[in-house]
Design a protein around this ligand. Structure first.
Ligand code: GLN
Length: 564
């Protein structure tokens, strides 16, 4: 039976419980323990797939096609485990299953209640994660903040869980905020005391506190928190704001969080090393040799979390190239009617991410045209690929008014359209093309140069597809269809022939990139942005010849070994 760690949060939301959970998993994995993480979300949506990015940030897609909370992205980036549907539990799913059973008559005339029926269903899901897999530790992150009405059933379920499995088999870690009050020049511990008090009221005494703070937590402050919150001083861990989120496992380990966990859960203590993580990820992220500026042109630019995995993947591409990636966020709507491209000054790469709905689409098309004509490295993802196809149709193949039928059902050139199987779909939740699908890669393409294999699998989340009727016209006009589904029916990757690096994909590579193993396409995109910046690539058609130069070949040999 695995040991269980429950991670809760208090005082305010957005303290980084997801990153804290992922960091703890990272530290425990480094000891050779097998760790799973799951997120328990208190909202009533069955999954975040139907939620607006303004509500929820990015929807993270797993291999098995689950649309999940973005914290699963942190879990996968920090650890070696692959996650799926069972790793994201929502109140919506729990209530849905209980009510379905009630309608079926499974409760045999009983009154169906939050306690015990909902809490039992939650406990069942907590156990489910390790049902057929052998894990040493299961970390369950409880969404929401202690004191919320919504998260109460989850907290009650975890309290009961601990009661059932015992103290040696379960542990509570509570994340709180220790604010610095400038006028008093002091860190304040009271919100933490209150938050722990709230947990105690419902029967949960946390074992470890992680205190988010912008200033150092000196020993006397730690001792004060320990005394009033009833934990040992060594169980008060400072969670200082970090320059890179990838530093956090190192920060926690330096303070001995793993010692406390092993001691409380009666696990034999093995030091475990984060040396490679420090050298290959943290040092590269904090002290890069180069710097390159990349524009992301999207419509949720003002939100930090809407393109979370894309921003992280760009950083990973930077780490692989020993470069900082400075991301310039450009609001697609704002460039729809502008004539000047001043915003793109100093930019060495342009990325258009995925999205839904027509707001900002014309701005994205404009940015793509600019990248194509000025021969700036371009990377299109999902809607970004669909827009690249539309732009190419309109401005290169001369198909005026070309569009996706998502935005204009009457377009004379529906270069992006719905497959037959999508045409009668009425329900919005979970009905897109979702999850991992294979794709075959043609040789002599940028895609092949990046992946160096004939077949890959990547994760999808979209309804619309490249319309096969236009394949020939596009190819004749200079667009390579570099990735196709094994049955030959779906165009998954496109790229331009006379461009130094213009590649667009129907899937979401950002869901499979890791800081210590950048996704090949992000690695290559950033590398070409660096080449563009160094002016190794002249802004002309000769670019292709330069790419085949000796320097390029040498570089690729090195990269090939590293990422094979
Ligand atoms: N809206 C497009 C579709 O449904 C693209 C989706 C996306 O970018 N994830 O096909």
């Amino acid at each position: 039976m695995p040991k269980h760690i429950f991670v809760t949060g208090g005082v305010v939301s957005s303290l980084g419980k997801g990153i804290a959970s992922a960091s703890i998993a990272k530290i425990l994995e480094a000891k050779g323990l097998k760790v799973a993480i799951q997120k328990l979300d208190p909202y009533l949506n069955v999954d975040p797939g139907t939620m607006n990015p303004y509500q929820h940030g990015e929807v993270y897609v797993t291999d098995d096609g689950a649309e999940t909370d973005l914290d699963l992205g942190h879990y996968e980036r920090f650890t070696h485990s692959a996650y799926g549907r069972e790793n994201n539990v929502t109140s919506g799913q729990i209530y849905y299953s209980v009510i379905t059973k009630e309608r079926h008559g499974d409760y045999l005339g009983g009154t169906v209640q939050v306690v015990p029926h909902i809490t039992n269903a939650i406990k069942e899901r907590i156990r489910e994660v390790s049902r057929n897999k052998r894990y040493d530790i299961v970390i369950s992150e409880v969404g929401g903040t202690a004191g919320d009405i919504e998260s109460l059933p989850f907290l009650e379920a975890t309290r009961q869980f601990r009661h059932e499995v015992g103290r040696e088999n379960s542990l509570f870690i509570h994340l709180t905020l220790v604010p610095f009050i400038r006028a008093a020049g002091e860190l304040k511990t009271k919100p933490t005391q209150h938050s722990v008090g709230t947990l105690r009221e419902i029967g949960i005494q946390p074992d470890i506190l992680i205190c988010r703070t912008e200033k150092k937590l000196e020993q006397p402050v730690k001792e004060k928190i320990a005394l009033f919150c009833n934990v040992e001083p060594e169980a008060v861990i400072e969670g200082r704001d970090a320059e890179s989120i990838y530093e956090i496992p190192l920060m926690f380990k330096e303070q001995g969080i793993d010692k406390v966990i092993c001691q409380k859960l009666k696990i034999e203590y093995k030091a475990g090393s984060l040396h490679e993580w420090r050298r290959n990820v943290v040092q590269k992220a904090l002290r890069p040799k180069h710097s390159v500026k990349i524009a992301v042109v999207g419509k949720y630019i003002e939100l930090q979390d809407a393109y979370k995995s894309i921003y992280e993947s760009l950083k990973h591409g930077g780490i692989a190239n020993d470069s900082e990636v400075v991301i310039k966020k450009i609001n697609a709507e704002k460039i729809e009617n502008t004539r000047s491209f001043d915003q793109f000054k100093g930019i060495s790469g342009i990325l258009v991410p995925g999205g839904f709905g027509d707001r900002g689409v014309e701005g994205k098309l404009k940015a793509i045209q600019y990248a194509r004509e000025k021969k700036i490295p371009f990377f299109g993802i999902c809607l970004g690929m669909q827009c690249a196809a539309i732009e190419f149709a309109r401005n290169v193949v001369d198909m005026k008014g070309a569009h996706s039928t998502e935005f204009n059902k009457k377009t004379p050139y529906p270069v992006i359209s719905l497959l037959e199987e999508q045409q009668n779909v009425k329900d919005m939740g979970g009905t897109m093309r979702l999850g991992a699908y294979p794709c075959q890669i043609k040789k002599e393409t940028w895609a092949y140069k990046a992946y160096k294999v004939d077949e890959i699998t990547e994760r999808h989340r979209h309804r619309y597809e490249f319309n096969n009727e236009y394949r020939d016209k596009f190819q004749k006009a200079g667009m390579r269809l570099s990735g196709i589904s094994p049955n030959g029916k779906l165009v998954e990757m496109i790229e331009l022939e006379d461009h130094p690096w213009f590649l667009a994909v129907q899937f979401h590579p950002e869901f499979k990139s890791k800081p210590d193993k950048a996704h090949p396409l992000f690695r290559e995109f950033v590398r070409h942005a660096l080449l563009y910046q160094e002016k190794i690539l002249p802004e002309s058609m000769d670019a292709l010849n330069v790419i085949n130069s000796e320097k390029e070949k040498n570089f690729e040999q090195g990269q090939g070994e590293k990422h094979a």
